[in-house]
Design a protein around this ligand. Sequence first.
Ligand SMILES: Nc1ncnc2c1ncn2[C@@H]1O[C@H](COP(=O)(O)OP(=O)(O)OP(=O)(O)O)[C@@H](O)[C@H]1O
Ligand SMILES: [Mg+2]
Length: 282
Amino acid sequence: MTDAVGTHTGTETALRQAEAGPAAGPPREVAFTPAFSCRGVGVGFGAKTVLEGVDLDIAPGTVTALVGPTGCGKTTFLRTLNRLNDRVPGFRRSGTISLVGEDLYDRHMDPLVVRRRVGMLFQRPNPFPLSIHENVIAGVKAHRLAPRSELRSITERSLREVGLWEAVADRLGSSPFRLSGGQQQLLCLARALAVRPDVLLLDEPTSSLDPVSTEAVEDLLRSLVPGLTIVIVTHNLAQARRLADRTVFFHGGRMVETGETAELFENPQQEETRNYVSGRFG
Ligand SMILES: Nc1ncnc2c1ncn2[C@@H]1O[C@H](COP(=O)(O)OP(=O)(O)OP(=O)(O)O)[C@@H](O)[C@H]1O
Ligand SMILES: [Mg+2]
């Protein structure tokens, strides 16, 4: 769980486990409780199956990229990791997903708590129709994570973190809709980070940003690990290579391959992966 002032406790626990190392013998990796552990996961809508049989562990404090051609299920899978599909008509899921060892879909698991621990940034910026300040602290207030007296400083800290403070410091009470698209996306990122999530899910977060803003967001994301676990969907394979420790390739209704990013791009084990990373389709 995350405390009021916001430490990434779930991730920290896992990192401490890793630092301490196993008591004896077994390889280092088994000391981690994965941020996510997926076993036999299938997702679909009504009669349509989107993905089947996904077995995937996501280590805490790492960046994982989800790649694959359009329509292969990246967004559906990502949204399944913080229960955003729960209310989508016809959505169905099979298999199990654990969040730091707990069953994500257990009936005692509160989806609102899940979404605080697992933040999300969408392809298109979605500021709320509130002031810039109220946007940043919307989650902090909703979850009562801090007293009123601290809200201003949380806004400043969060906006500084994403590099937006200088641009908006004199108009915190104004509407966010006059900001540029890139600035709106940074604002949404500040809002997502303000609740100090354990995990951040990002769905093509830089697809509407210029190269300078894209680089700034990538630098920021890299600076957030290992304090945060990041899962990012991207069509930009160069971005996956720059950012991700591991990459997952979805195609044809399944997870074709996963591995360390450099390995997956330079020495793919499956022909479909080889064709995709060499730009032959997608
Ligand atoms: N709400 C929904 N109802 C029915 N089908 C859906 C729904 N959302 C997605 N799908 C279908 O699920 C499949 C996977 O869609 P998804 O958006 O996950 O793909 P994607 O890999 O994110 O694609 P892209 O790269 O274009 O964003 C598609 O065939 C899509 O039409
Ligand atoms: Mg998508």
